[in-house]
Design a protein around this ligand. Structure first.
Ligand code: GRF
Length: 196
């Protein structure tokens, strides 16, 4: 029985693609059974469509009321019967009731060495810009469990990358993304093998 994985996205979905590819080449003993975005135009939804994966939009346009959106989102995910939920660039804040509904079943990928450059306001390019502005020697990525705060859950895997002399936010993002894809697949396997 393949492990059922639901992925939440907001953007391009390269981390989602890494999970889909991992399931297809059996490096992940699982299947992506649903993709959900809070952005109706997220390219990650097209990636799901291409692979025949159920995909849903839950955002301000179709659920303007935050409470109803949260309730519908929980019900939709429960109907997919997930063993694991992965936040892969999901930029909406999750309600405590969502976290409680899927206790210890939600992991997140973050493009920094948490606790550095994490928490409110640190996401995407903002992270890489701050790392370079502060002349950090290392950056990297972290996969962690999701709890009711932002980027504070138990760390699963963290991997670093040394900044190059002429590093730009774009070049750093590109190198960190490669690490993200790798540690995300490894973290999912750690979870599925019951190691964490
Ligand atoms: C990644 O950098 C991830 O760490 C961050 O959002 C970005 C998502 O990228 N949370 P993608 O949509 O998976 O390409």
């Amino acid at each position: 029985m393949l492990t059922r994985i639901v992925v939440l996205i907001s953007g391009g979905g390269t981390n989602l693609q890494a999970i889909i590819d991992g399931c297809k080449n059996q490096s992940i003993p699982g299947e992506v059974v649903g993709v959900i975005s809070n952005q109706s135009k997220a390219f990650g939804l097209e990636r799901a469509q291409t692979h025949g994966i159920s995909n849903f939009y839950f955002g301000k346009k179709n659920f303007p009321d935050k409470i109803a959106r949260n309730t519908e989102l929980i019900a939709c995910i429960q109907s997919l019967k997930p063993d694991l939920i992965v936040l892969a660039g999901y930029l909406a804040i999750l309600e405590p009731s969502f976290i409680q509904a899927f206790e210890h079943k939600i992991i997140n990928i973050h493009p920094s060495l948490i606790p550095k450059y994490a928490g409110k306001g640190y996401y995407g390019m903002k992270v890489h810009k701050a790392v370079i502005e502060n002349k950090e020697v290392y950056s990297g990525a972290t996969v962690h469990f999701v709890d009711e705060l932002i980027d504070t859950g138990q760390i699963i895997i963290q991997e670093s990358v040394k900044l190059q002399p002429d590093e730009t936010p774009e070049s750093l993002q590109k190198r960190v993304l490669k690490i993200e894809h790798d540690i995300l697949v490894r973290s999912i396997n750690k979870y599925l093998e019951g190691e964490i």
